[in-house]
Design a protein. Structure first.
Length: 337
């Protein structure tokens, strides 16, 4: 779930109280001949329509309704389920009408959706494909595509590509949206902090108190393998990944693996209830400031979950690993002398 995600239907939350771009956009009004339709994948139903334009227009309405469910959802699990439904419908449309102009727009939407779910490789693939086919009438949406792409590159540690995308937006898309321009400039200004947290560097120092009264500072964990985990109970991908993080902690904690959780929650009661219900054993820092969490600001956190894996020597070795990748990396670092 990404702070900079620009569509309410992917996130159900807004940046600084306002979204940069609203809703799914379709290529309405096109008069091109609709190509022959291909079979839709089993289990996925597209809305009715005489051609790609009509089907996509109706699909837009379906996704707008799904977006309302995201906003109204009470649980991250429900949000992830809805995201998957949207992804399936957009993919089915592209399969059935692969050469239609609307298929390219659906590719942009898939890029945005996967960006919001932190599937950065897949997001970048869709966005780059979309940008190779854009026309002058797509100028506004192309600006947002470049922003998503910049954020994907940043999450992957590709800082030169990130900087190039930011500068391209400021040079050629400053007329698209004032907030997009402001956010891009702010992110460009903050890129130096991101680079400091590159693999091989050291975690930014902090000294805070956990919810159970413990002093938390990265320096105290020298000689151990440390995961600094930025997360929240309202974050669907965070909650989805938590069982795996717990398994890795249970398996490797006796060997010297530690976790420091940094919660971006606003409600202490909700956090405490989640921690108790899920038997989370590691210390967590909470200050109730949401994206302005003191430690998150120091680290320039723009999306969660974000994890930083630090080796015994106090050096950053991996960032934002999940699943088996996290387990393998922890095992590897613990084995190092």
């Amino acid at each position: 779930m990404n702070k900079r995600t620009l569509f309410a239907w992917t996130m159900g939350m807004l940046v600084a109280g306002a979204s940069l771009s609203g809703g799914i956009t379709h290529a309405a009004g096109t008069q091109k001949t609709t190509p022959a339709a291909k079979p839709v994948a089993s289990g996925t139903t597209l809305p009715a329509g005489a051609n790609a334009t009509e089907v996509y227009g109706n699909l837009t309405k379906e996704i707008e309704e799904l977006s309302k469910q995201v906003v109204a959802s009470n649980t991250p699990e429900d949000q992830m389920r809805i995201y998957s439904q949207i992804e399936g419908k957009l993919t089915a449309f592209r399969t059935k009408y692969p050469t239609s102009p609307e298929a390219n727009d659906a590719g942009f939407q898939l890029g945005a959706l996967n960006f919001g779910m932190q599937k950065y490789d897949l997001s970048a693939k869709f966005l780059n494909e979309y940008l190779t086919k854009v026309t002058a009438k797509d100028h506004e949406q192309a600006g947002f595509a470049h922003f998503y792409l910049a954020e994907c590159y940043k999450a992957q540690g590709k800082y030169d590509l990130t900087e190039a995308e930011y500068k391209l937006i400021l040079a050629k898309f400053s007329d698209v949206n004032q907030q997009l321009t402001q956010v891009t400039q702010a992110n460009l200004d903050g890129l130096a902090t991101e680079k400091k947290l590159a693999v091989g560097g050291e975690p930014v120092a902090f000294n805070v108190t956990s919810t159970d009264g413990k002093t938390l500072t990265p320096a105290a964990y020298k000689g151990k393998v440390l995961l600094i985990d930025f997360w929240a109970t309202w974050c669907g991908p965070c909650v989805a990944e938590m069982p795996n993080v717990k398994d890795v902690y249970s398996k490797f904690h006796p060997q010297g693996f530690e976790i420091v959780g940094i919660s971006l929650d606003q409600s202490r009661d909700r956090l405490d209830q989640y921690v108790k219900a899920n038997q989370i054993a590691w210390p967590i820092y909470f200050d109730g400031k949401w994206w302005n969490n003191d430690v998150a600001v120091r680290y320039g956190i723009k999306s969660i979950p974000t994890t930083i894996l630090v080796d015994k020597a106090g050096k950053i070795r991996y960032k934002s690993l999940r699943g088996k990748q996290l387990e393998s990396a922890v095992q590897q670092l613990l084995a190092e002398k």
